[in-house]
Design a protein around this ligand. Structure first.
Ligand code: ZN
Length: 60
């Protein structure tokens, strides 16, 4: 006898990513959010990942 019933268990709020700035990747066109590893050169970041960055260059 087990009732499936939500008892309103409080889910712990994880990271808030609402405050993070976002940008659109120039390679794949998808939005991506700020990452810790970019904190120093966020102004120069234009691609969501290293892969996109390279693929962009590779495409003549
Ligand atoms: Zn991308």
């Amino acid at each position: 006898m087990r009732q499936k019933h939500d008892e309103g268990e409080a889910m712990p709020a994880r990271m808030k990513k609402a405050d993070l700035p976002t940008r659109t990747c120039l390679a794949c066109g998808r939005p991506f959010a700020w990452r810790k590893k970019w904190e120093r050169d966020w102004a120069m970041v234009k691609y969501c990942s290293e892969r996109c960055r390279r693929s962009r260059r590779a495409a003549r």
